[in-house]
Write a protein that binds this ligand. Structure first.
Ligand code: FFO
Ligand code: ATP
Length: 202
Protein backbone atom coordinates (compact mmCIF):
# COMPACT_ATOMS: atom_id res chain seq x y z
CA UNK A 1 0.00 0.00 0.00
CA UNK A 2 0.90 3.67 -0.19
CA UNK A 3 2.91 5.39 2.53
CA UNK A 4 3.37 9.02 3.48
CA UNK A 5 5.85 10.81 1.24
CA UNK A 6 5.32 8.75 -1.86
CA UNK A 7 7.30 9.59 -4.95
CA UNK A 8 5.84 11.69 -7.73
CA UNK A 9 5.81 8.55 -9.89
CA UNK A 10 3.72 6.67 -7.32
CA UNK A 11 1.29 9.56 -7.15
CA UNK A 12 1.06 9.61 -10.92
CA UNK A 13 0.38 5.86 -11.05
CA UNK A 14 -2.31 6.17 -8.42
CA UNK A 15 -3.83 9.11 -10.33
CA UNK A 16 -3.97 6.99 -13.51
CA UNK A 17 -5.60 4.11 -11.66
CA UNK A 18 -8.24 6.38 -10.12
CA UNK A 19 -8.87 8.07 -13.48
CA UNK A 20 -9.39 4.65 -15.05
CA UNK A 21 -12.06 3.74 -12.43
CA UNK A 22 -13.91 6.95 -13.17
CA UNK A 23 -13.47 6.46 -16.91
CA UNK A 24 -15.24 3.11 -16.78
CA UNK A 25 -18.55 4.64 -15.75
CA UNK A 26 -21.11 5.11 -18.51
CA UNK A 27 -22.55 8.53 -19.18
CA UNK A 28 -25.89 7.38 -17.77
CA UNK A 29 -24.17 6.23 -14.56
CA UNK A 30 -22.38 9.56 -14.28
CA UNK A 31 -25.59 11.51 -14.73
CA UNK A 32 -27.39 9.36 -12.15
CA UNK A 33 -24.54 9.91 -9.72
CA UNK A 34 -24.64 13.68 -10.31
CA UNK A 35 -28.37 13.70 -9.58
CA UNK A 36 -27.89 11.83 -6.30
CA UNK A 37 -24.99 14.05 -5.23
CA UNK A 38 -27.07 17.13 -6.00
CA UNK A 39 -29.87 15.77 -3.78
CA UNK A 40 -27.43 15.27 -0.89
CA UNK A 41 -26.06 18.76 -1.40
CA UNK A 42 -29.53 20.33 -1.31
CA UNK A 43 -30.26 18.55 1.98
CA UNK A 44 -27.39 20.33 3.75
CA UNK A 45 -28.35 23.27 5.96
CA UNK A 46 -25.11 24.97 4.95
CA UNK A 47 -26.17 24.74 1.32
CA UNK A 48 -29.65 26.07 1.98
CA UNK A 49 -28.16 29.05 3.79
CA UNK A 50 -25.37 29.68 1.30
CA UNK A 51 -25.59 32.69 -0.96
CA UNK A 52 -22.41 32.46 -3.01
CA UNK A 53 -21.20 29.11 -4.28
CA UNK A 54 -18.07 28.32 -6.23
CA UNK A 55 -18.29 25.30 -8.53
CA UNK A 56 -16.40 23.80 -11.49
CA UNK A 57 -17.25 23.27 -15.14
CA UNK A 58 -17.08 19.47 -15.39
CA UNK A 59 -15.04 17.93 -18.19
CA UNK A 60 -14.43 14.38 -19.36
CA UNK A 61 -15.40 11.82 -16.71
CA UNK A 62 -15.70 14.24 -13.78
CA UNK A 63 -18.85 14.22 -11.71
CA UNK A 64 -21.15 16.27 -14.00
CA UNK A 65 -22.07 19.76 -12.82
CA UNK A 66 -23.91 21.24 -15.83
CA UNK A 67 -27.39 20.87 -14.35
CA UNK A 68 -26.34 21.84 -10.84
CA UNK A 69 -24.53 24.94 -12.10
CA UNK A 70 -27.58 26.06 -14.10
CA UNK A 71 -29.60 25.76 -10.93
CA UNK A 72 -26.99 27.63 -8.88
CA UNK A 73 -26.85 30.39 -11.48
CA UNK A 74 -30.58 30.97 -11.01
CA UNK A 75 -30.96 30.39 -7.28
CA UNK A 76 -27.64 31.55 -5.80
CA UNK A 77 -24.64 33.58 -6.85
CA UNK A 78 -22.49 31.16 -8.92
CA UNK A 79 -18.72 31.55 -9.28
CA UNK A 80 -16.54 29.43 -11.57
CA UNK A 81 -12.75 29.29 -11.70
CA UNK A 82 -10.38 30.44 -14.38
CA UNK A 83 -6.63 30.05 -14.42
CA UNK A 84 -5.29 33.08 -12.60
CA UNK A 85 -4.07 35.76 -15.06
CA UNK A 86 -1.34 37.00 -12.70
CA UNK A 87 -0.53 34.44 -10.02
CA UNK A 88 0.65 31.32 -11.82
CA UNK A 89 -0.98 27.99 -10.93
CA UNK A 90 -3.67 29.70 -8.86
CA UNK A 91 -7.36 29.98 -9.67
CA UNK A 92 -9.49 33.12 -9.82
CA UNK A 93 -13.26 32.89 -9.33
CA UNK A 94 -15.67 34.89 -11.48
CA UNK A 95 -19.40 35.36 -11.17
CA UNK A 96 -21.33 33.55 -13.90
CA UNK A 97 -24.57 34.91 -15.38
CA UNK A 98 -26.45 34.39 -18.64
CA UNK A 99 -24.26 37.15 -20.07
CA UNK A 100 -20.97 35.40 -19.32
CA UNK A 101 -18.62 35.01 -22.27
CA UNK A 102 -16.71 31.71 -22.32
CA UNK A 103 -13.23 30.76 -23.43
CA UNK A 104 -11.41 27.43 -23.34
CA UNK A 105 -8.28 27.52 -21.19
CA UNK A 106 -5.03 25.71 -22.01
CA UNK A 107 -6.53 22.45 -20.68
CA UNK A 108 -9.56 22.80 -22.96
CA UNK A 109 -11.80 23.62 -19.98
CA UNK A 110 -14.36 26.40 -20.57
CA UNK A 111 -13.88 29.34 -18.21
CA UNK A 112 -15.52 32.76 -17.84
CA UNK A 113 -13.82 35.64 -19.59
CA UNK A 114 -11.88 37.91 -17.28
CA UNK A 115 -13.81 41.05 -16.33
CA UNK A 116 -12.83 42.79 -13.11
CA UNK A 117 -16.39 43.51 -11.87
CA UNK A 118 -17.08 39.76 -12.03
CA UNK A 119 -14.22 38.76 -9.73
CA UNK A 120 -15.41 37.07 -6.54
CA UNK A 121 -12.75 36.91 -3.82
CA UNK A 122 -12.46 33.53 -2.12
CA UNK A 123 -13.44 34.98 1.23
CA UNK A 124 -16.79 35.88 -0.32
CA UNK A 125 -17.68 32.26 -1.08
CA UNK A 126 -19.85 30.33 1.37
CA UNK A 127 -19.22 26.98 -0.32
CA UNK A 128 -16.64 25.78 -2.83
CA UNK A 129 -17.44 22.62 -4.80
CA UNK A 130 -14.16 20.98 -5.77
CA UNK A 131 -13.47 18.43 -8.53
CA UNK A 132 -11.26 15.52 -7.58
CA UNK A 133 -9.61 12.38 -8.92
CA UNK A 134 -9.54 10.62 -5.55
CA UNK A 135 -10.20 11.19 -1.86
CA UNK A 136 -9.57 9.30 1.37
CA UNK A 137 -11.19 8.82 4.76
CA UNK A 138 -9.40 11.85 6.20
CA UNK A 139 -10.61 14.24 3.52
CA UNK A 140 -7.33 14.29 1.63
CA UNK A 141 -7.79 14.96 -2.04
CA UNK A 142 -5.94 14.09 -5.23
CA UNK A 143 -6.61 16.29 -8.25
CA UNK A 144 -5.32 16.52 -11.79
CA UNK A 145 -1.80 17.20 -10.54
CA UNK A 146 -1.49 20.90 -11.24
CA UNK A 147 -1.73 21.91 -7.59
CA UNK A 148 -4.25 24.64 -8.53
CA UNK A 149 -6.67 23.96 -5.70
CA UNK A 150 -3.91 23.38 -3.15
CA UNK A 151 -2.35 26.74 -3.95
CA UNK A 152 -5.67 28.56 -4.14
CA UNK A 153 -6.84 27.05 -0.84
CA UNK A 154 -3.58 27.39 1.13
CA UNK A 155 -5.07 30.41 2.95
CA UNK A 156 -8.17 28.36 3.79
CA UNK A 157 -6.08 25.74 5.57
CA UNK A 158 -4.36 28.56 7.43
CA UNK A 159 -7.80 29.58 8.75
CA UNK A 160 -8.12 32.78 6.77
CA UNK A 161 -11.53 31.96 5.23
CA UNK A 162 -13.37 30.81 8.37
CA UNK A 163 -16.80 30.69 6.74
CA UNK A 164 -15.73 28.85 3.57
CA UNK A 165 -16.90 25.24 3.38
CA UNK A 166 -15.01 23.12 0.83
CA UNK A 167 -16.94 20.18 -0.56
CA UNK A 168 -15.47 17.63 -2.97
CA UNK A 169 -17.94 16.08 -5.41
CA UNK A 170 -17.13 12.50 -6.35
CA UNK A 171 -18.21 9.05 -7.46
CA UNK A 172 -17.95 6.28 -4.86
CA UNK A 173 -15.24 4.55 -6.93
CA UNK A 174 -12.93 7.52 -6.23
CA UNK A 175 -12.68 6.70 -2.54
CA UNK A 176 -9.53 5.17 -1.03
CA UNK A 177 -8.66 4.35 2.55
CA UNK A 178 -5.50 6.45 2.61
CA UNK A 179 -3.99 8.68 -0.04
CA UNK A 180 -0.31 9.53 0.13
CA UNK A 181 -0.19 13.06 1.55
CA UNK A 182 2.11 15.93 0.72
CA UNK A 183 2.89 18.96 2.90
CA UNK A 184 0.93 21.32 0.62
CA UNK A 185 -2.26 19.20 0.46
CA UNK A 186 -5.32 21.05 1.74
CA UNK A 187 -7.88 18.56 3.12
CA UNK A 188 -11.53 19.03 2.17
CA UNK A 189 -14.19 19.83 4.78
CA UNK A 190 -16.65 17.42 3.17
CA UNK A 191 -17.00 15.04 0.25
CA UNK A 192 -20.34 14.09 -1.28
CA UNK A 193 -20.75 10.85 -3.24
CA UNK A 194 -23.99 9.16 -4.35
CA UNK A 195 -23.76 6.82 -1.34
CA UNK A 196 -22.76 9.21 1.40
CA UNK A 197 -22.07 12.66 2.77
CA UNK A 198 -18.60 12.57 4.30
CA UNK A 199 -18.03 15.26 6.93
CA UNK A 200 -14.36 15.60 7.90
CA UNK A 201 -14.79 18.57 10.23
CA UNK A 202 -13.84 17.51 13.74
N1 FFO B 1 -13.39 20.87 -14.35
C1 FFO B 1 -12.21 21.18 -13.81
N2 FFO B 1 -11.77 22.43 -13.84
C2 FFO B 1 -10.56 22.72 -13.30
C3 FFO B 1 -9.74 21.73 -12.72
C4 FFO B 1 -10.24 20.41 -12.70
O1 FFO B 1 -9.60 19.47 -12.19
N3 FFO B 1 -11.47 20.18 -13.25
N4 FFO B 1 -8.52 22.09 -12.20
C5 FFO B 1 -7.91 21.43 -11.13
O2 FFO B 1 -6.80 21.64 -10.81
C6 FFO B 1 -7.87 23.28 -12.72
C7 FFO B 1 -7.23 22.97 -14.05
N5 FFO B 1 -6.24 21.95 -13.88
C8 FFO B 1 -6.07 20.90 -14.74
C9 FFO B 1 -4.85 20.24 -14.75
C10 FFO B 1 -4.62 19.23 -15.66
C11 FFO B 1 -5.60 18.86 -16.57
C12 FFO B 1 -5.38 17.81 -17.59
O3 FFO B 1 -6.30 17.46 -18.28
N6 FFO B 1 -4.19 17.28 -17.79
C13 FFO B 1 -3.84 16.37 -18.87
C14 FFO B 1 -2.63 15.57 -18.52
C15 FFO B 1 -2.81 14.76 -17.30
C16 FFO B 1 -1.65 13.83 -17.10
O4 FFO B 1 -1.19 13.19 -18.04
O5 FFO B 1 -1.23 13.72 -15.95
C17 FFO B 1 -4.91 15.41 -19.29
O6 FFO B 1 -5.60 14.80 -18.44
O7 FFO B 1 -5.07 15.22 -20.51
C18 FFO B 1 -6.81 19.52 -16.53
C19 FFO B 1 -7.05 20.53 -15.62
C20 FFO B 1 -8.87 24.38 -12.84
N7 FFO B 1 -10.12 23.98 -13.42
N1 ATP C 1 0.75 25.69 -1.79
C1 ATP C 1 1.66 25.33 -2.72
N2 ATP C 1 2.79 26.04 -2.90
C2 ATP C 1 3.68 25.68 -3.81
N3 ATP C 1 3.56 24.61 -4.62
C3 ATP C 1 2.48 23.85 -4.50
C4 ATP C 1 1.45 24.17 -3.54
N4 ATP C 1 0.49 23.25 -3.65
C5 ATP C 1 0.87 22.41 -4.64
N5 ATP C 1 2.08 22.75 -5.14
C6 ATP C 1 2.79 22.04 -6.24
O1 ATP C 1 1.85 21.59 -7.19
C7 ATP C 1 2.20 20.31 -7.69
C8 ATP C 1 0.98 19.43 -7.86
O2 ATP C 1 0.41 19.12 -6.60
P1 ATP C 1 -0.61 17.90 -6.44
O3 ATP C 1 -0.10 16.70 -7.15
O4 ATP C 1 -0.96 17.78 -4.99
O5 ATP C 1 -1.86 18.48 -7.27
P2 ATP C 1 -3.41 18.12 -7.19
O6 ATP C 1 -3.95 18.52 -5.87
O7 ATP C 1 -3.59 16.71 -7.58
O8 ATP C 1 -3.96 19.06 -8.36
P3 ATP C 1 -5.15 20.13 -8.44
O9 ATP C 1 -5.25 20.83 -7.11
O10 ATP C 1 -4.74 21.06 -9.54
O11 ATP C 1 -6.38 19.39 -8.79
C9 ATP C 1 3.20 19.72 -6.74
O12 ATP C 1 4.33 19.35 -7.47
C10 ATP C 1 3.51 20.82 -5.73
O13 ATP C 1 4.91 21.06 -5.73
Amino acid sequence: MMHEHSSATERQQLRRLLLSYRGQLTEAERERAAHKVSEHLHALTEFQQAQTIGSYHSVRAELPTAELNQHLQREKQLALPRLHPVVSNHLLFLQVTEKTIWHANSFGIPEPRLASPDIIPLDHLDILLVPLVGFDQQGNRMGMGGGFYDRTLAAHRAGRYPKLLTIGLAFDCQQLEQLPTEPWDVPLNMVITPAKIWDFRS
